[in-house]
Design a binder for this molecule. Structure first.
Ligand code: KIV
Ligand code: NA
Length: 269
């Protein structure tokens, strides 16, 4: 058996092998992917994907801890990273440490992820110096949707220099990896070449050091909308709807349960 991967193992993959990352929010989904992926992220996307929230802003520490604990029970090999929810880290390095330590202690996650570049560098350094590995997340950072005015591509044209500075700042602060979300492919390639830590792309470039997707998106389970960067590797939503329709029809026809699903009054000898 293999030991569970640590953030330092993920950092060491840069230039060696692509880093495979997916989100998970539940034990069975974590079990399903544990042997296939390098990093499992308990993303705050859980709020939109599983709880029907309109954005990630309403996600709480309690939600992250509950889902983090569930995912941890399903993992033996993959590195577990947990998102810091909106409002749990932005105020100060001390606030970030208090909540990051709680997330790690209560879930067993090996690292936290937080959104922000240059302006979060001080906080990232503060956490890393105190024992908390940090995955950074720059580009389209969904917790800032109200500042961005939508889920827009970030870093086009002259704005690319800002994202290069963000990437350099989080790398220098000690982040072990950085998610690049919804940025031009050429910019993602440039950042990947210029920084010493792995880039993990989502809507970025095949040239990134790794890729991440929301598992319900790639399985076709979340169908409320589909960003351009999502590839559906499966259609579980359609399969689920068909199965539910078949169940409903069989109940109405009294053909379910069948004899093999029911119990006799006497135990067979
Ligand atoms: O919350 C999330 O799922 C994420 C990934 C898409 C990177 O932050
Ligand atoms: Na997230």
């Amino acid at each position: 058996t293999t030991r569970q991967k640590m953030p330092s193992d993920i950092a060491a993959m840069k230039g060696q092998a692509p880093i495979v990352c997916l989100t998970a929010y539940t034990t069975p989904m974590a079990r399903m992917m544990d042997a296939e992926v390098d990093v499992v992220l308990v993303g705050d996307s859980v709020g939109m994907v599983l709880h029907g929230l309109p954005s990630t802003l309403g996600v709480t520490m309690e939600m992250m801890i509950l889902h983090g604990q569930a995912v941890a029970r399903g993992l033996a090999q993959a590195c577990l990273v947990i998102d810091m929810p909106f409002g749990s880290y932005e105020e100060s390095p001390a606030q970030a440490f208090r909540n990051a330590a709680r997330l790690m202690a209560e879930t067993g996650a090996g690292a936290v992820k937080l959104e922000g570049g240059q302006h979060m560098a001080e906080t990232i350094a503060f956490l890393v110096a105190r024992g908390i590995p940090v995955m950074a997340h720059i580009g389209l950072t969904p917790q800032s949707v109200n500042v961005f005015g939508g889920y827009k591509v970030q870093g086009r044209g002259d704005d690319g220099a800002r994202l290069v500075r963000d990437a350099q700042a989080v790398a220098k602060a000690g982040a072990f990896a950085v998610v690049l979300e919804k940025v031009p492919a050429s910019l993602a390639d440039r950042i990947t070449a210029e920084i010493a830590i792995p880039t993990v792309g989502i809507g970025a470039s095949a040239g990134c050091d790794g890729q991440v997707l929301v598992v319900d998106d790639m399985l076709g389970l979340f169908t409320a909308f589909k960003p351009k960067f999502v590839k559906r590797f499966g259609n579980l939503g359609e399969a689920g709807a068909a199965a539910i329709a078949a169940y409903a029809a069989e109940v109405r026809a009294r053909s379910f349960p069948a004899p093999e699903h029911v119990f006799a009054d006497e135990v067979k000898k």
